[in-house]
Design a protein around this ligand. Structure first.
Ligand code: SF4
Length: 331
């Protein structure tokens, strides 16, 4: 069960007495955030708005929504990061999953006996890393936990940022991800090119995602080669504040034009196949927002992420493009 650190929220409101607040977080915990908002309104008698658009990370906080609503504090829940530099109006609030990994860790100890593994997780299960490590080490497994970097804590990954597992990848037999997210685990498999497993305490199962990741990789490579045949490109700047990357968009524009391609520029908040279907005269797109939009979704025309677009430029220049997803950060 997800537990939100409501004490932090209540203490902050008590201290700062805002006239109204806003809250947001990942889709999966929105019902919990609704409950928290109701408790704020009951306890303090102020409006507490739930920003209910999809929110995938601290790259996608919708601070503009909070501003438009006149909310003096935005509580961003459930994306624990190693940073406090978001300004006074934004308060990051932890949301931990209190399910125990003890049972599934013992099962893992039997399966990976004698092996060396890299232990990794997302923000909601970070507090379980030390406990699982102790169980596995007791059974003779060599456990590594890679160092965090930037906003990442040790042993933590985002969907597009993999520093801890990239640090350990040459020393381990497999990556073990604590949680339920095939999305995060597939990113780990793609960036490290190592067998990767999900330790899922809810289904009490160990799932390998290596094959799923290979399917995503084939799709990503195919899109790059299809885009290499395109003459006209649409380059899309994402308007979500933490995914905004106009400089990268303009860099790709310059590079493609110097290679004789036609380029139009677009800006979108949500980059979906439906929205792109309206745009005419474009053979392929490059979007410089969230890279997982390109790798994990279906589009009728090629839609390349930043690492795919880097590979495309190299192909057009007749350079080597090996392993373009095996980098610690896909932006
Ligand atoms: S994959 Fe990266 S850019 Fe996309 S939502 Fe997650 S953190 Fe943000």
């Amino acid at each position: 069960m997800i537990v939100i650190d409501e004490k932090k929220i209540f203490d902050e409101i008590q201290k700062r007495r805002p006239v109204s607040v806003a809250l947001n977080g990942p889709d999966g915990i929105l019902p919990k955030i609704q409950d928290t908002a109701s408790r704020i309104m009951e306890r303090f008698g102020i409006p507490a708005y739930v920003l209910a658009d999809s929110c995938f990370g601290t790259c996608d906080m919708n601070t503009n929504g909070a501003k438009v609503l006149g909310a003096e504090i935005l509580f961003h829940i459930g994306h624990t990061v190693n940073s406090t530099s978001f300004g006074d109006d934004i308060v990051l609030v932890d949301a931990f999953d209190n399910i125990s990994f003890d049972g599934i860790a013992r099962k893992c100890a039997e399966e990976f006996s004698g092996k060396t593994i890299s232990l990794v997780t997302d923000s909601q299960h970070l507090h379980e890393v030390d406990k699982v490590r102790a169980i596995l080490e007791q059974e003779g497994i060599k456990v590594m936990v890679g160092k965090g970097k930037g906003q990442l804590n040790d042993g933590q990954v985002f969907g597009c940022e993999f520093y801890p597992v990239m640090e350990t990848r040459d020393s381990v037999d497999a990556n073990i991800f604590l949680g339920q997210s095939n999305f995060h685990a597939a990113g780990i498999a793609l960036s490290t090119n190592r067998p990767t497993y999900v330790l899922d305490p809810y289904f009490n199962e160990i799932r390998e995602v290596t094959e799923f990741a290979q399917t995503l990789q084939k799709k990503a490579i195919l899109s790059v080669y299809k885009a290499a045949e395109a003459e006209s490109f649409g380059i899309i700047v994402g308007l979500k504040e933490g995914q905004f990357s106009k400089v990268t968009a303009l860099k790709f524009k310059r590079e493609l034009e110097s290679l004789g391609k036609k380029v139009q520029l677009f800006a979108l908040t949500d980059i979906t196949d439906d929205k792109l279907q309206n745009l005419r005269g474009i053979d392929a797109f490059i979007q410089v927002a969230c890279p997982r939009i390109s790798t994990d979704n279906h589009f009728h025309r090629p839609v390349l992420s930043t690492p795919q677009a880097n590979a495309l430029v190299r192909i057009l220049k007749k350079e080597n493009v090996d392993n373009f997803l095996q980098v610690p950060h896909w932006l």
